[in-house]
Design a protein around this ligand. Structure first.
Ligand SMILES: [Zn+2]
Length: 131
């Protein structure tokens, strides 16, 4: 039996981080379906689970690998953004945050200085704000 499974899995992609993530998402969706009794969640959950299995059993490892890399990249970005939040909350007492009108770069300026001219560190655009 184990040999049969091994033979079946030969050349198949197998489990990666993205598949694990998809399985967790599908479980959350099915759980949501039970709590809210919205059957839409059941379909979404099952769909996600089926997609996870299709990826695991796929015989196109290069494509699945790229998907996994994209997933890992997005996860990393998300986690660095989350990690910054407590620090920003702490600093909000002393600083104000603005977005540069031209490049959308976040700029931090000290509070209580009244009207000031801010120079964007990234693109050099100047704009006036009250702090
Ligand atoms: Zn800028």
């Amino acid at each position: 039996m184990k040999e049969k499974i091994n033979r079946f899995m030969q050349g198949r992609y197998g489990i990666d981080n993205y598949s694990k993530f998809l399985v967790i998402i599908s479980l959350v969706l099915v759980l949501l379906a039970n709590i809210t009794s919205f059957s839409v969640f059941t379909f979404l959950g099952l769909g996600t689970l089926i997609y996870a299995y299709v990826r695991v059993l796929s015989n196109k490892p290069a494509m699945r690998w790229r998907e996994n890399q994209l997933y890992l990249q997005k996860k990393r970005k998300f986690l660095t953004r989350i990690k910054k939040i407590p620090n920003e909350v702490k600093q909000r007492r002393q600083y104000r945050y603005y977005r540069c009108p031209s490049c959308k770069q976040k700029v931090r300026v000290p509070k209580g200085k009244n009207k000031i001219r801010i120079t964007c560190p990234s693109c050099g655009t100047q704009f006036v704000k009250k702090t």
